[in-house]
Design a protein around this ligand. Sequence first.
Ligand code: CP
Ligand code: NVA
Length: 324
Amino acid sequence: TSPFAPRHLLSIADLTPTEFATLVRNAASHKRAIKSGAIPESLLGSLSGKTVAMMFNKRSTRTRVSTEAATVQMGGHPMFLGKDDIQLGVNESLYDTSVVISSMVSCIVARLAQHSTVPVINALCDSFHPLQIIADFLTIYESFPVQAHKLSSLGLEGLKIAWVGDANNVLFDLAIGATKMGVDVAVATPKGYEIPAHMIEIIQRAGEGVAKAGKLTQTNVPEEAVKNADILVTDTWVSMGQEEESKKRMKAFEGFQITADLAKRGGAKEGWKFMHCLPRHPEEVDDEVFYSPRSLVFPEAENRLWAAIAALEGFVVNKGKIVE
Ligand code: CP
Ligand code: NVA
């Protein structure tokens, strides 16, 4: 790679533990400052004169709105390029499109894989969702007691996440982030829907060199995963692009709905919380849990804005140098 190659954020795996923890802490401190009416000097106009191209071939509410709002708060111009807006995929290849767009803008936030001469921030792909996981760890950081910690962690060591549902893109990056932060993840999926072997390797590699890496376990029994969990998490059973498997998946995932009864049967911690990246459907979590005081889903969604600001600051304003 050339010395001028930009640094991309494609997965939480691209970040050291210190960088990941720093992005979460920066998101937290920008949130506090901006909510109290004081935009930090370092953010004010930091994207002035810059365009952030957003290439999306899948639908999005949170990722689109948070990225556009974050870019505007930093003085930049967000340019949304949906799949019906540009030549990509119909008249032009991904390679040609990426080279051309990156010659004209400062950053590409994309819901697809990339070739670009400017930083690319992954807005969700089939394997990863880094912006979601920065927001998720910000939510956990704000909702649980934080222990004394070093630069390389958030002081959340020893927490346990139970993921009940499909092993998908959101889980993969969540598990990578959790491994780096010393948070254990127990995953329950139906048989045949487990984390693929190559992804387990990537998640385990995330723990290399981490003093107190989080542990990943898998089961096909939801109650087992939930035992002693601090946080119950799920996502859709049918990710975008899997619509044709919808019927088969609904059947396979029967019994995997998150309910208060499941938490009780499995023996989750008394003060357990619920998280979900959204959009949500009732089959994966019932209304009682989803709209309960245990549910962190709406602060979690709001935190996408603060995660987007921290990521744009780190990868565009500071050119990939992630510092406090
Ligand atoms: N959680 C999330 O990425 O939502 P959107 O698909 O609406 O962006
Ligand atoms: N797993 C979901 C996440 C959406 C934000 C999907 O890929 O559709």
